[in-house]
Design a protein around this ligand. Structure first.
Ligand SMILES: Cc1cc2nc3c(=O)[nH]c(=O)nc-3n(C[C@H](O)[C@H](O)[C@H](O)COP(=O)(O)OP(=O)(O)OC[C@H]3O[C@@H](n4cnc5c(N)ncnc54)[C@H](O)[C@@H]3O)c2cc1C
Length: 434
C-alpha cells in the first residue's frame, strides 16, 4: 500500500539548508528593506541568488529543460513553507510571485521566440514581470466580466482598458495582460493573454496603490507593490499573443492551481513564525502570579493553532500530491479547500500571537502587525473565500440527490417502518414468546 509521509533524506538536507539560509541571510533584510531603494535591494540579493543557484535550488518550479529543478508540487510545497517565513525569501530563490506564475504561463503557452525573449531572461532574474487581469470596475472574482479589449488591427493588437492590483506592475519589464479578444464568444473563450512590454507607448502606470500591507502610498516602484494601470491604445504585434486566441481562461487555470498550493504553504511559513512567537511569549510573560502559558485560554490557543496548522499542512500537501499524481483539474476541490482554509488558519494563528503580545503585538516593534495585514489579503487574491467555498460545495453536491417525496433519507419513522417490515418474522416471534 503506497501511503507515506516520509521525506527523502537528500531532499530533507536541502530543506534543512534552506531553513538556515532563510533565517540567517534573509530575515535580517526585513528590518532594513524599507530603507533600501529597489536598486540597492537588487545588490543585496545578487550574492544570495548566486548561492541558491549553486545549491541547485533556483527556479525549482520549472522543469529541468527550462533551467528549473522539476521538483513537482509536493517538494515545491515543502520548500515554500520555508520561503513563506519571509516575504523577501522567494525572490532569492527565483520563484517569487508573480514571476513564478508568469514563467509557468510562458513555459506552457509561449512560442520558442517568446521563451527566448521573455522566459529565459525572467528565469535568469534579468527581467521582472506582472500579471494584469483585475479591473476596478468589474468583479475580479468573475473574470468573464472583464472589459479590457485587444482588437486586431493589421499585424497588431490594440489594447485599451483599466487594470489595478497588478503586482510588481511598476517595476515590471513586461506585463501579461488578460484582455477580451472576442466579445461574442462563449464567456470562457472571450479573453486572451497578451505579452506587453512595459515601455510600450500607452502603458500608463497611474500609481502604486496604498494597501493594508503597504499603507503608505507614494513608495512607487518597489518589489511587491500593486499598480493601477491604464492601457491606452497600446499597440503590440499580433505574435505577442500567448497560446490561441480565447485561451486566456484555460491558461489561467493552469497557472492558478500550483500558485495556490505555493501560497498556502507560504502561509504556513508565516503561521509557524507567528506560532513560535506565541509560544515564546507565553513562557515569560506573567499575569496574576503565573506565566501566561499556565492560563487555559492560552493553552487552548496553542493547541488549537497547532491542530489547525497541522490540518492545513496535511491538506495542502495532499492537494500537491494529487496534482502531481493526477493533474491540476483532478485536484480542483482539494485546492479550493486549502485556499480558504489555509487563509483562515494563517489569520487565526497570527491573531492569537498578536493578542498575546498585547500592545507590543500591535506595534511595529514586532513583525506581527505586518503579518496580520498580510494575512487579511489572502482571503481575496487568487479567488475570494466565498468563491472557493462555492466551488467546493458545488462539487460535493454533485454527489447527492434530493430524496423521493422530500422525506429525508435518515427519517427515523420511515426507516423504522421499513425495518419492521424487513424483520417482521423475528418481531412476530418475539411478540409470540412474550
Ligand atoms: C495583495 C493582492 C495582490 C493582488 N495581485 C494581483 C495581480 O498580480 N494581478 C491581478 O490581476 N490581480 C491581483 N489582485 C486582485 C485579486 O485577484 C482580486 O482582488 C480578486 O480576484 C477579487 O476581485 P475583486 O477585488 O474585484 O473583488 P470582487 O470580485 O468584487 O469580490 C468582492 C467580494 O464579493 C464577494 N463575492 C464575490 N463572488 C462571490 C460569490 N460567488 N459568492 C459570494 N460572495 C462573493 C466576496 O466577499 C468578495 O471578497 C491582487 C489582490 C490583492 C489583495
Amino acid at each position: 500500500m503506497a501511503w507515506d509521509f516520509s521525506t527523502e533524506p537528500e531532499f530533507q538536507e536541502q530543506l534543512d539548508w534552506m531553513r538556515g539560509f532563510v533565517r540567517d541571510e534573509i530575515w535580517p533584510l526585513e528590518t532594513i528593506a524599507d530603507e533600501l531603494s529597489q536598486e540597492q535591494l537588487d545588490r543585496v540579493y545578487a550574492p544570495l541568488q548566486e548561492e541558491v543557484k549553486r545549491r541547485g535550488l533556483w527556479a525549482a518550479h520549472l522543469s529541468p529543460e527550462l533551467g528549473g529543478q522539476g521538483f513537482g508540487q509536493l517538494k515545491l510545497g515543502m520548500m515554500h513553507e520555508i520561503l513563506g517565513t519571509s516575504a523577501y525569501a522567494p525572490n532569492a530563490f527565483g520563484n517569487a510571485a508573480p514571476d513564478s506564475g508568469n514563467s509557468e504561463i510562458l513555459a506552457l503557452a509561449g512560442t520558442d521566440e517568446q521563451k527566448e525573449r521573455w522566459l529565459y531572461p525572467l528565469l535568469a532574474g534579468d527581467l521582472k514581470s506582472a500579471f494584469s487581469m483585475t479591473e476596478p470596475e468589474v468583479a475580479g472574482s468573475d473574470p468573464t466580466t472583464l472589459r479590457t479589449t485587444a482588437v486586431r488591427d493589421g499585424n497588431d493588437y490594440v489594447i485599451n482598458g483599466h487594470k489595478w492590483f497588478s503586482t510588481n506592475g511598476s517595476i515590471a519589464d513586461f506585463l501579461i495582460v488578460m484582455a477580451v479578444t472576442d466579445p461574442d464568444a462563449r464567456p470562457h473563450q472571450r479573453a486572451s493573454m497578451i505579452i506587453v512590454p512595459a515601455d510600450t507607448p500607452g502603458v500608463n502606470i497611474v500609481r502604486d496603490i496604498g494597501t493594508m500591507e503597504h499603507p503608505i502610498e507614494g513608495s512607487f516602484g518597489k518589489l511587491g507593490n500593486h499598480a493601477e494601470i491604464r492601457y491606452e491604445d497600446v499597440h503590440v504585434p499580433a505574435d505577442s499573443l500567448l497560446g490561441d486566441e480565447g485561451s486566456g481562461f484555460l491558461i489561467a487555470q493552469h497557472r492558478l492551481g500550483p500558485g495556490r498550493i505555493h501560497h498556502c504553504m507560504r502561509w504556513l511559513g508565516v503561521s509557524s513564525r507567528a506560532f513560535d512567537m506565541l509560544c515564546e511569549r507565553s513562557l515569560y510573560r506573567e499575569a496574576r502570579g503565573t506565566p501566561l502559558a499556565e492560563k487555559q485560554t492560552i493553552q487552548n490557543w496553542i493547541a488549537d493553532s497547532a491542530a489547525q496548522m497541522h490540518a492545513a499542512r496535511l491538506m495542502t500537501l495532499h492537494a500537491a500530491w494529487k496534482m502531481d499524481a493526477e493533474g491540476a483539474s483532478a485536484a480542483r476541490r482539494e485546492i479550493s479547500l486549502i485556499k480558504f482554509y489555509g487563509a483562515t488558519v494563517m489569520h487565526d494563528v497570527v491573531d492569537r500571537a498578536l493578542q498575546i503580545h498585547g500592545a507590543l503585538g500591535y506595534s511595529t516593534d514586532l513583525p506581527l502587525e505586518a503579518m496580520y495585514r498580510y494575512a487579511r489579503a489572502a482571503r481575496f487574491y487568487d479567488g475570494p473565500d466565498e468563491v472557493h467555498r462555492e466551488t467546493v460545495a458545488r462539487q460535493i453536491l454533485r454527489g447527492y440527490q434530493a430524496p423521493p417525496d422530500d422525506i429525508p433519507t435518515e427519517h427515523v419513522p420511515t426507516r423504522r417502518e421499513a425495518a419492521r417490515r424487513r424483520f417482521a418474522d423475528i418481531l412476530e416471534a418475539v411478540t409470540a414468546n412474550d
